[in-house]
Ligand binder design. Structure first.
Ligand code: N01
Length: 600
């Protein structure tokens, strides 16, 4: 037994309870339990926001094609525009820019990272978020503002999915084909297609039989619910609504559904952690007093704090900065070298238990019914799931029209019929089912094969990566000239992922600008550069698989079947990675610029 600020901690009892809660949730079908919102269920992924527009196919040539118009693609395009590139084409399956913020418009959708560090280019476009954790619509409009500010709407292809990228060696450019019949050329291609993009549904037996209304949270049906993302869902006033899923989305959508629905049933399998949010309007005096350069400084500071780097003062203090030591288990960075590994592991575990005890005590404090409170308590280590924050979610269960249905004994919902949802022996009749069941992981872009890429000599990218991705700095691969990947791939990560994307975008734009300036024939890493990078990833990689294996199942650990592969990310962390990139940019770039005059 150890004392902590939240009382005595019995680590043995906690470990036993965590193992029990994990074991009873492990399903033999693991990640196969889900169905993609595709094929038979494709209507779940249909765009409810923008009517389809016919257009003529493109057969022209552009300098840079950016695939994906979320923040990654927008930041890449904005950086290129700033570097003087005129011919930039943005392409996206959505009807407008915004990426995740285009699709996710469900009631209650908000940023869960402080908006002053999350929403990019605030100073550049002259914007200030209205709240500390901004609403989704405000963030989506900010994406639009960036596109307008950098004149990125000039040549866009929305409602368009690229179906093939093939390198044309003679012309030194990519031939791009799409599902709209386009066939055009691009000298450079940047893929920024995101990670959690394709909605997924639970493979519940009988799901297709349900005759009531259903939709996924990332395709909200306001025609049915009425209201807006701020609530007032008057169409649900006489409805019995079921929401399935209590992840980050469930936490945000439940409070507003609870306010509007006649009756709300929340189907939970594993509870999320729900810590204090503390949202507040932006203080105009604080905003007016900010000095130029404030946003970059704040972003760097937040990144450094989360990466465990020393800072004089933490500028953002919230639930993320309070749990840095716990996040190390998933998102890596600097570590305290004054402790041995075993000492550090024990200190982390005690810290974790104290945090989780506090979070469990908060449930008891806020939820009136003891049985409901018990079912809402999370029993796993803090970073086993995406941490959650809300000052409204737990309180929603005190309303008379809201019922929590704990499905953990049955390992989730066991069936659906024309009118009902079945959990073990119990059956619940509902009018509407909202799936807050998340997204397929790693399906988008080149990694999934949904965008086939053929490089020099007719070699496929996935064929070339058969034994795992091979990149230099995570951006490009030998044999695939002038092709850049943005996102989480053999590089450093952080919860403030947009900041990560901004650094990547600026780096890629700088490489392209230098290639053009020096008249390089192409940008393509040497085999040696690629191998050196892979070696460094292996040598510095930290193995999180033991931590992952002890977690309750979820998408973070492949539903309990797989662990994060060591070497997949750059473990020394984002601050170290960005420093490394900056230093590399100061050099001659000869390991990627082929045929450059100044680099030879
Ligand atoms: O999806 P999820 P999400 N029966 O996969 C449950 C980001 N995000 O959309 O935990 C019953 O996390 C499943 O249960 P369990 C963020 O990165 C960010 O909420 O597997 N339930 C789980 O509760 C986040 O991590 C923000 O036991 C079933 C839920 O469905 C990611 O997007 C906001 C079930 C799925 O949760 C995805 O979050 C929102 C079944 N058969 C999202 N099958 C912000 O930044 C699945 N579930 C604000």
């Amino acid at each position: 037994m150890t004392e902590s600020t939240t009382g005595p901690i019995d680590l043995d009892a906690i470990r036993e309870k965590y193992a029990h809660e994990r074991d009873r949730r492990i399903r033999p079908d693991g990640a196969r339990q889900y169905r993609s919102a595709a094929g038979e269920f494709g209507y779940y992924a249909k765009d409810p926001y923008t009517p389809f527009t016919e257009r003529d196919p493109k057969t022209d040539r552009v300098e840079v094609l950016v695939i994906g118009a979320g923040f990654g693609g927008l930041l890449a395009a904005a950086s290129l525009r700033t570097a003087g590139v005129e011919s930039i084409r943005l392409m996206d399956e959505a009807g407008d820019v915004g990426g995740t913020w285009y699709w996710n418009r469900y009631p209650g959708v908000r940023c869960d990272i402080e908006s002053y560090v999350y929403m990019p280019l605030l100073e550049e476009v002259g914007a200030m978020p209205t709240e500390r954790y901004a609403q989704g619509e405000e963030i989506r409009r900010h994406a639009v503002r960036i596109a307008e500010h950098y004149d990125l709407y000039r040549d866009t292809l929305f409602q368009t999915r690229s179906t093939s990228l093939a390198w044309n060696e003679d012309a030194g450019e990519w031939t791009v084909e799409t599902d709209r019949g386009d066939r055009f050329a691009a000298r450079y291609v940047i893929t920024a297609t995101g990670t959690l993009t394709q909605p997924k549904l639970p493979g519940i037996p009988g799901i297709e039989r349900f005759e009531g209304h259903t939709f996924h949270t990332s395709r909200w049906d306001y025609d049915y619910s009425g209201g807006t993302a701020e609530g007032g869902l008057t169409g649900l006033a006489d409805k019995k609504v079921a929401v399935i899923g209590t992840g980050a989305t469930g936490l945000q959508v439940v409070p507003l559904l609870a306010e509007s629905a006649g009756e709300l049933l929340v189907f939970q399998r594993t509870p999320s952690t729900v810590d204090v949010r503390g949202n507040r309007p932006t203080d105009p005096d604080w905003a007016a007093a900010l000095e130029p350069g404030w946003q970059r400084e704040r972003m760097e500071n937040f990144l450094a704090v989360l990466a465990g780097e020393p800072v004089a003062e933490s500028l953002v203090t919230d639930g993320w900065t309070a749990t840095v030591g716990l996040q190390r288990n998933i998102i890596t960075g600097a570590v305290d070298d004054t402790l041995t590994e075993a000492e550090r592991a024990l200190a982390d575990e005690l810290d974790d238990a104290a945090t989780m005890n506090r979070i469990r005590a908060r449930v008891e404090e806020l939820v009136a019914d003891p049985a409901t409170a018990e079912a809402l308590k999370p029993w796993y280590r803090y970073m086993c799931k995406r941490p959650g924050f809300s000052d409204h979610y737990l309180q929603a269960f005190n309303r008379p029209n809201v019922t929590l249905v704990d499905t953990s004994d049955a390992q989730g919902i066991t069936g659906m019929t024309e009118k009902t949802i079945i959990v073990g022996d119990a059956e619940y009749e509902v009018d509407c089912v909202v799936f807050a069941t998340g997204f397929d992981t790693g399906v988008s872009g080149v990694m999934s094969g949904t965008l086939p890429v053929t490089g020099r000599g007719g070699r496929g990218l996935l064929e070339s990566w058969a034994r795992g991705p091979r990149t230099f700095h995570g951006f490009y691969s030998h044999g695939f000239p002038n092709l850049f990947h943005l996102g989480a791939l053999q590089n450093a990560n952080s919860v403030n992922f947009v900041h990560i994307l901004q650094e990547q975008a600026e780096h890629v734009a700088a490489v392209i600008a230098r290639a053009e300036h020096e008249g390089a024939q192409r940008v393509e890493p040497t085999v040696e550069a690629e191998e050196g990078w892979l070696r460094l990833l292996r040598e510095t990689g930290r193995d999180a698989s033991a931590f992952q294996a002890e977690c309750t199942p979820g998408y973070y650990n492949g539903e309990g079947t797989r662990a994060i592969t060591p070497g997949f990310t750059y473990s020394p962390g984002p601050i170290s990675f960005h420093r490394l990139l900056r230093e590399w940019r100061r050099g001659d770039m000869s390991d990627v610029l082929v045929g450059a005059e100044a680099a030879s």
